[in-house]
Design a protein around this ligand. Structure first.
Ligand SMILES: [Ca+2]
Length: 186
């Protein structure tokens, strides 16, 4: 009986330590040492800002937070769309992003992005164009497409500027993920 109690206590203590250390290690500063030869989705490390927000705010049902929530049934929607729209990710540490994915909305293909560019910046002030697309079409709903390019620089800021949609008055995007890619895999 006593032994069982002690054993149970030990299990509980271990669980607490695991939980606690799990919380403390949330940003895993050394993860890249082990994953450097792999492509890594680093989106969750960044803070998102947009220059045009959903009327219900960033955490609204279709607010900007939904475009980076890693949930492929939620979307970010703007009404009305303006061609000055951008979404920006700010990382606490520079990231060598060389790939990204865009996932179309669940309806209304006219709201999909058509022309856009992805830019990088080390300081949030001077921007370098990394990938430019025009006339793009998403052939399905909630369709994820991957775009890759070469990038030797680790930037702290990445900005997706959507300069045209497919002619709807609104804009929507289910998900935007950015992927860090080591140079040998670019
Ligand atoms: Ca989403």
């Amino acid at each position: 009986m006593t032994f069982l109690k002690i054993a149970k206590g030990a299990v509980g203590l271990c669980a607490s330590i695991v939980l606690l250390s799990g919380c403390l290690k949330e940003d895993y500063p050394h993860t890249e040492l082990f994953t450097w030869k792999a492509k890594v989705d680093v989106t969750d490390k960044a803070a998102l800002t947009v220059n045009l927000e959903n009327s219900a705010g960033p955490s609204g049902g279709e607010g900007s937070a939904k475009v980076v929530d890693n949930n492929f049934t939620t979307k970010f929607l703007i009404n009305p769309y303006q061609n000055t729209l951008y979404m920006q990710l700010a990382f606490p540490q520079p990231q060598q992003v060389a790939s990204y994915t865009l996932t179309s909305g669940d309806d209304a293909p006219g709201r999909d992005p058509k022309d856009w560019k992805l830019s990088g910046s080390v300081d949030g002030a001077t921007w370098v164009d990394l990938d430019i697309k025009t006339g793009e079409v998403f052939s399905g709903r909630r369709l994820t497409r991957t775009f890759s390019f070469k990038n030797k620089v680790a930037y702290k800021f990445y900005r997706l500027s959507v300069t045209a949609n497919n002619n709807d008055a609104l804009f929507q995007l289910t998900e935007w993920r950015v992927i860090e890619v080591p140079e040998e895999l670019q």
